[in-house]
Ligand binder design. Sequence first.
Ligand code: FES
Ligand code: FES
Length: 149
Amino acid sequence: MLDVNGTSSTLRLDPRVTLLDALRERLAVTGPKKGCDRGQCGACTVHVDGRPVLACLTLAASVRREVTTVEGVGRGGGLHPVQQAFIDQDAFQCGFCTSGQIMSAIACARDRGIRSDDEIREFMSGNICRCGAYSSITAAVRQAKGGGV
Ligand code: FES
Ligand code: FES
């Protein structure tokens, strides 16, 4: 049983199937991206029980708690404040890394112990952006923190 974005699904899965493949290939939840498939890029980041995890390094069968992907973060039919901040700050180019960046950014924005830009950059350092939108991503997290998430 996988509980994804508020919908429960019963799947028969090989125990070696990753959460990323279960989401993308079995549930057609394609927001999480397969960049490296080895834990190095962050493109596959989702939340499990509200905490960011790398879906490519997580076995689907081990997940017992609510999974949230970028498709599930909006509020009341609108955007999450972090999604809006990414638009306002022009924090993406090709967009391939963006769904993972947003999931990490939501966790970063919620963490009240993180205040400075250096701390934001450190928290977000597991999410690689080949387009180099880092300064705008930092600005988007800063905006979201300022507005409350
Ligand atoms: Fe998971 Fe790159 S695809 S970290
Ligand atoms: Fe292109 Fe980040 S926006 S990889």
